[in-house]
Structure formats: structure tokens, C-alpha cells
Design a binder for this molecule. Structure first.
Ligand code: ADP
Length: 358
């Protein structure tokens, strides 16, 4: 068990800077998820923590020890990759025990550890099989078990569920979360999947273009994104962004006007300087017959059974996606009016800062 402290970390490949100004403290026992679009540097950061990559600047401490120049084994990290990287000619038991074997642990001492890990991951009935006779989910469990058996100080996961089908991903996600609850180990997990990030993380680290955009608990980031990038990245369907025409303070609330209407937020931001864009979550509007604050025309209604996704357009031509609970019989061309019910306001200035975030 160990914490990870990263200070001013920089990584470049030749002239191309891939990570810059990375400052991050992951507490002992924390499940931290690195999330961001493809190419933003998540894997490079994970590989830098593991020791598979050498960094070009800054410091990395693991459990209070300076780790910049340590090998992966000296760092005490266990990595689990997207490609399971199992040894095909070895049984499950041999795969699970391999790390221990090369560390010089005797066969007699390995056996109980392998058994314990196999039981924890529900692999105990499969110990004599070879990887090709396992399902994708079982293979990934062996890959996880292999690093578990070595009892690393920190676990590093690089998109471990990407190769699994949707149902299995959900199952493994829950299993990994339970594993973390049982082990209470420090885990750092890379994904581009915001649902994995929201559901598994104690804290999410949102990255873009080699930098950290925001670090926080999942709901903190969802409710109070610091900037436009985080607001747009978390939430499905994505946040709508509308051009602001003007802003009016009404007592202790703020009304934000845009070309197709207006919405009222509780509270007032510290400044309204350069407020140019409104962020509107698809589920923050509800339909009304009269007294609509937002007027739209429906382009497409997607019926999902438990909810209805309306793809609408404002008079300005701006698109607005609205997510309604339950089933609603809208069809293309219908006029649809809404009022807002917004608990987490988002108003962005020209630099993309959320003026309502504290
Ligand atoms: P992510 O995991 O977020 O998809 P990566 O960390 O894999 O992103 O990559 C970040 C950036 O670094 C990308 O632009 C990628 O092309 C670049 N990159 C990664 N590995 C190398 C390498 N070995 N040489 C040069 N560029 C690399």
C-alpha cells in the first residue's frame, strides 16, 4: 500500500511534449481514474508511474520514496493491460503464480497464494485450463489475478475492460469496484469511458492534450465542472452549449438568455465578465404546454423505453438535445416548449472557465 505524489511531471517524445505540468497526489487506498479523449496522455502518465517510461522532468514519489529512477519491480507496481498478455502455454494456475516464481517464491509458498487469488476472482474451478479455453472475462480475471498475487503496492490498470463486450464490461466493472473495497489498495485506472470513470472512481482526473483539466470526486466534477472541457466530457448525452445573448441578475438568481429562450439559475456567479456560453445538461429541461422558457422544434425523437431523447433545434439554428424521463409521443416537426430545473449551473467565459464553479 502506498500513495503516489507527482510533481511538475513532464514527458516528451523528441520535440513532442505529451505531458506537461502534471501535479497529482493519489492517496493511499484511493481508486483514481484517469479519463480523457484518445491521445490525451492517459497511458503515458500511467506508464510513467509504472516505470515503463522515463519522464523528462518533475518528480514521482511512491509511498514517500523518490521513484524516478527505480525499475517497475523496485516501484512495486502491478500492471493490468487491455491485452491480457497471458502466457498461452501455461495453465491459469501457472499464469497466476508466474510473477511470484520469477521473484524466487518457492512452489510450496506460491500454491496457497495462487489458491487465495483464484478464489477471490472466481477462477478456482479453472486452474488447470489454458488461456485459449477461457472467455474474455475469465482471461481478464487471470490478468488481474496475476498482478494481485504479487501483492503490489499500487495497481495500475490500462483500459482493462476495452476488449470485453458491453454486458461483461458492466459485470467486470462491478467486480473491480468490489475488489477495491475488499483490498483497499491504491489503484490507478485509465479509461476513455466516462461511465467507468463516474462509477468506479473515488476521484476522477480529467485530462486533455497532455494536461490535467480537473481532479475531483465524480459528482463534484459533474455538478461543478471547472471548465467547458470537463462539462462536455462528463455526462451522456453530452452537455449542450448555447451562445449567450445576455445575462440578467434577478434577486439572488441569474437569468441567462440565448437565441431560443432563457433559463434561470439559483445564485449569482462572482463575475459575469465575458460570459459567452451556457452549458445545459440534456436532463435539466422538462416539457410544458404553456409558459415555456425554451422554444424548440423537434428534429428527431429517440424512444428508449425508460426515456425519450429529443433532438431539437432552436430558432437560431442551434441544436439542443433534451432527455426526458419516460415515453413522450413527439414527432419530427413538432413544437416543443420547456422550462428548466437546474441544480448545477454552467456559464462559460471566453477562456472556457465555468463562472459558477467555485
Ligand atoms: P491516451 O492513452 O490518452 O490515448 P497516450 O498516452 O497513448 O494517450 O498518447 C499521448 C500522445 O503521445 C499521443 O499523441 C501519442 O501519439 C503520443 N505517443 C505515445 N507514445 C509515443 C511514442 N512512443 N512515441 C511518440 N509519440 C508517442
Amino acid at each position: 500500500m502506498a500513495d503516489v505524489k507527482i510533481t511538475n511531471l513532464k514527458k516528451a517524445y523528441g520535440n513532442v511534449v505529451v505531458l506537461e505540468d502534471i501535479n497529482l497526489h493519489i492517496a493511499d487506498g484511493e481508486f483514481a481514474v484517469l479519463v480523457g479523449p484518445s491521445g490525451c496522455g492517459k497511458s503515458t502518465l500511467l506508464r510513467s508511474i509504472s516505470g515503463l517510461e522515463k519522464v523528462n522532468g518533475g518528480t514521482l514519489e511512491i509511498g514517500g520514496t523518490m521513484a524516478n529512477n527505480l525499475t517497475p519491480i523496485e516501484r512495486g507496481v502491478g500492471m493490468v493491460f487491455q491485452s491480457y498478455a497471458l502466457y498461452p502455454h501455461m495453465t491459469v494456475a501457472e499464469n497466476l503464480g508466474f510473477g511470484l516464481k520469477i521473484s524466487g517464491v518457492s512452489a510450496a509458498d506460491r500454491a496457497p497464494r495462487v489458491q487465495e487469488v483464484a478464489e477471490m476472482l472466481k477462477l478456482d474451478q479453472l486452474l488447470d485450463r489454458r488461456p485459449r479455453a477461457l472467455s474474455g472475462g475469465q482471461r481478464q480475471r487471470v490478468a488481474i489475478g496475476r498482478s494481485l498475487a504479487r501483492q503490489p503496492k499500487i495497481f495500475l490498470f490500462d483500459e482493462p475492460l476495452s476488449n470485453l463486450d458491453a454486458a461483461l464490461r458492466v459485470e467486470m466493472r462491478v467486480e473491480l469496484s468490489k475488489l477495491h473495497q475488499d483490498l483497499k489498495s491504491t489503484m490507478i485506472y485509465v479509461t476513455h469511458d466516462q461511465v467507468e470513470a463516474m462509477t468506479m472512481a473515488d476521484r476522477i482526473v480529467v485530462m486533455d492534450a497532455g494536461r490535467i483539466m480537473q481532479v475531483g470526486k465524480p459528482l463534484e466534477l459533474f455538478n461543478s465542472p471547472k471548465n467547458r472541457f470537463v462539462a462536455g466530457f462528463l455526462g451522456q448525452p453530452a452537455t449542450n452549449f448555447l451562445k449567450v445573448t445576455h445575462v440578467a441578475v434577478e434577486g439572488d438568481a441569474t437569468r441567462i438568455h440565448f437565441a431560443g429562450g432563457s433559463v434561470l439559475f439559483n445564485g449569482t456567479p462572482s463575475t459575469l465578465d465575458n460570459a459567452i456560453e451556457l452549458g445545459l445538461r440534456p436532463d435539466s429541461l422538462f416539457p410544458v404546454g404553456e409558459g415555456a422558457e425554451v422554444q424548440t422544434t423537434v428534429e428527431l425523437a429517440e424512444q428508449l423505453g425508460d426515456e425519450t431523447l429529443l433532438h431539437t433545434v432552436l430558432d437560431s439554428g442551434e441544436k439542443l438535445v433534451v432527455k426526458l424521463k419516460g415515453q413522450h409521443a413527439y414527432k419530427p416537426g413538432d413544437k416543443a416548449g420547456f422550462r428548466s430545473d437546474i441544480s448545477a449551473p454552467m456559464l462559460f467565459n471566453g477562456s472556457g472557465d465555468n463562472l459558477f464553479s467555485n
